[in-house]
Write a protein that binds this ligand. Structure first.
Ligand code: NAD
Length: 364
């Protein structure tokens, strides 16, 4: 079975779907792996490293058109006729209706890891978690470099500097990594989430969990947050405006799967923040948690910097690719058996992630 890895062509995408060591393990496992020349360069993996691992190098069109399974990070764009009819595609993309129609028209069996169920046996394939980990870490570095303050408390001959105060909103995978990273830099960290289950996780990282009485059940059976009622959301906004006043840094990561990100910091709350404070809004991709966030930009309002970075994981392409490649090869191990694609739609992992097959769109 032949696996192809084209170079990512989306703007600002530096990751690659397979790294040399993971590709080499697939070769040892009996796959033929071919990668587009230069596909790993932006992630610091030179062509020679792939060759040394037994991976073949090819041009874009042969990598895409002659593979049984094409592995990518982003969704394919443009002309899908390059893909062989009936081939499989594994990538990490939002299942937009237009794209799904095109994938089905080309009779591709397409899987998106965005839809991977968050169940225990799928953990090794969990791209959402691995890339959120990278983003949560990088968000703190961005905040530190945009801030005029040092993070740790310092006692020096030039005086004593108090530790910076970091507030993390949303303590899922990215938020927990942001907490851990800010703590390592020496900040005093507090965090808030509507799911009470995260309280212990926040505390175990040495951060303070901010408590607000929430009378409704804010968690789904799958462990995700639910949208709050209007009244509870109003209470939350007032509560967080109070918390943000003391913060030097706010890292916001709150998300509701499939929905626009909830607003947690209003324009009025930004007015109440200290000059020099920094908000890094990791929810910018889905609209942002701060009312003033401009996705993809950095703005300053009343002396508060508001950063709305997009695709942060791609800015640490080496390790983000390493984790992505590990996830994707675990997924391959699940969908391929005895050198053939195993399409058992009774299996939740396959059923949830397969968006097109045999000319049909399977998800809407
Ligand atoms: P996410 O990206 O969907 O959301 C980020 C965080 O925002 C969540 O913690 C959520 O509760 C919070 N949030 C949403 N609305 C909010 C609001 N109004 N105010 C404050 N916070 C709000 O979440 P995620 O990081 O993808 O993780 C979601 C869950 O999945 C977590 O419970 C995580 O532990 C779980 N998970 C399970 C597995 C598994 O294999 N079992 C793997 C990964 C993650």
């Amino acid at each position: 079975m032949r696996i192809g890895v084209p170079k990512e062509i989306a703007a600002n995408e530096r990751r690659v779907a397979l790294t040399p060591d993971i590709a080499g393990r697939l070769v040892k496992g009996g796959f033929e792996v071919v990668i587009e020349r230069g596909a790993g360069t932006a992630a610091f993996f030179p062509d020679e490293a792939y060759s040394a691992a037994g991976v073949k190098l090819g041009d874009r069109s042969s990598v895409i058109s002659q593979s049984d399974i094409v592995l990518q990070v982003q969704a394919p764009s443009g002309d899908l006729t390059q893909y062989r009819e009936g081939a499989a595609l594994v990538a990490f993309f939002q299942p937009a209706a237009d794209l799904l129609r095109q994938l089905a028209q080309r009779r591709l069996t397409a899987f998106t890891l965005v839809l991977l169920p968050r169940i225990t046996r799928a953990q090794p394939m969990d791209v959402l978690s691995s890339q959120a980990t990278v983003a949560g870490y990088k968000a703190v570095l961005l905040a530190a470099s945009a801030s005029g303050r040092l993070f740790p408390m310092l006692v020096t001959a030039a005086g004593t500097l108090p530790a910076a105060r970091v507030l993390v909103l949303g303590a899922g995978v990215a938020g927990l990594q942001a907490i851990a990273t800010a703590r390592r830099l020496g900040a005093i960290v507090s965090a808030f989430d509507v799911r009470p289950a995260v309280k212990e996780q926040v505390q175990s990282l040495g951060a303070l969990f901010l408590e607000m009485a929430i009378e409704e059940h804010a968690e789904t059976a799958g462990g995700y947050a639910k949208e709050l009622s209007e009244e509870t959301h109003r209470k939350e906004l007032a509560f967080l405006a109070g918390a943000a006043k003391d913060a030097d840094i706010v890292i916001s990561t709150a998300a509701i799967p499939g929905k626009k990100a909830p607003i947690l910091i209003t324009a009025a709350a930004v007015q109440g923040m200290k000059p020099g404070a920094v908000i890094v809004d990791l929810a910018a991709e889905t609209g942002g948690n701060c009312e003033l966030t401009e996705p993809g930009s950095e703005i300053v309002r009343n002396g508060v910097s508001i950063l709305g970075p997009l695709n942060l994981a791609s800015t640490l392409p080496r390790d983000a690719s390493q984790m992505y490649a590990k996830n994707v090869s675990a997924f391959l191990g699940h969908i391929v058996q005895d050198g053939k694609l195993r399409l058992d739609f009774e299996d939740q992992i396959i059923r949830d992630t397969c968006v097109t097959h045999a000319g049909e769109v399977r998800k809407s």
